[in-house]
Design a protein around this ligand. Structure first.
Ligand SMILES: [Mg+2]
Length: 208
């Protein structure tokens, strides 16, 4: 049995698509289809807060293949699944009690809808994912953020779901000498099921 830690935005929930569509629908702003980094959000903090309060995190579309796989994982295996998210930790946002509560409630409701059999005590909000994964004793972390993926290689198998916003930065990060080793230890995958195929291999290896 493995402890599998999974990020939400960019892995299971398509945050960018929901935000971009809301920005256009409610504010007439055209941001573009797929961002190559998170920096664009810096220009839209007020809109972000407004949309969070109107349920952005409740209505995010899913990355279907990934969500289907996690449901199958929870329903058919003994592996423990933890969701670890940095929602509510953006320092550029003034986090009022109501705003934070709205994110928590909507995240729980979103999980109940899309991953109904998940034990919802296993949802962690944190700005230090590395520490959270270490504390849990996680065997695997699945991320879309390259920096986080590079950091958690220190305590578990690190998987990076391939997205436009982690390709550009990957090249820049690889140029940094001190991070080259971490980069080499990240497994880049197209979808989350690919992590679990590898997990099966490891388990067979342990058994052998
Ligand atoms: Mg993410």
């Amino acid at each position: 049995m493995a402890k599998i830690c999974i990020d939400l935005d960019g892995v299971l929930a398509n945050f960018h698509l929901e935000f971009i569509q809301r920005a256009f629908r409610s504010h007439g702003i055209t941001i573009g289809s797929e961002p190559v980094d998170y920096d664009y959000l810096d220009d839209y903090r007020d809109i972000f807060v407004e949309e969070v309060m109107s349920g952005l995190f409740r209505t995010c579309p899913v990355y279907k293949a990934n969500v289907d796989y996690v449901n199958e994982l929870i329903e058919t295996t003994e592996h423990e699944v933890y969701f670890i998210t940095a929602r509510t930790t953006d320092e550029a946002v003034k986090w009022t009690y109501d705003l934070r509560r709205k994110v928590c409630e909507d995240t729980h409701d979103w999980l109940r809808e899309h991953i109904p059999s998940h034990p919802h005590t296993n949802l962690i909000f944190t700005d230090t994912k590395f520490e959270a994964v270490c504390k849990i004793g996680g065997d695997i972390m699945v991320e879309d953020n390259l920096r986080t993926a590079a950091k958690v290689v220190g305590c578990c198998h690190s998987f990076l779901v391939d997205r436009p916003w982690n390709r550009e930065s990957a090249a820049k990060e690889a140029d940094r000498r001190d991070s080259t080793l971490s980069m080499q230890r990240i497994h880049r995958v197209s979808e989350i099921g690919n992590t679990l195929i590898q997990l099966d291999k490891w388990e067979k290896r342990y058994e052998g």
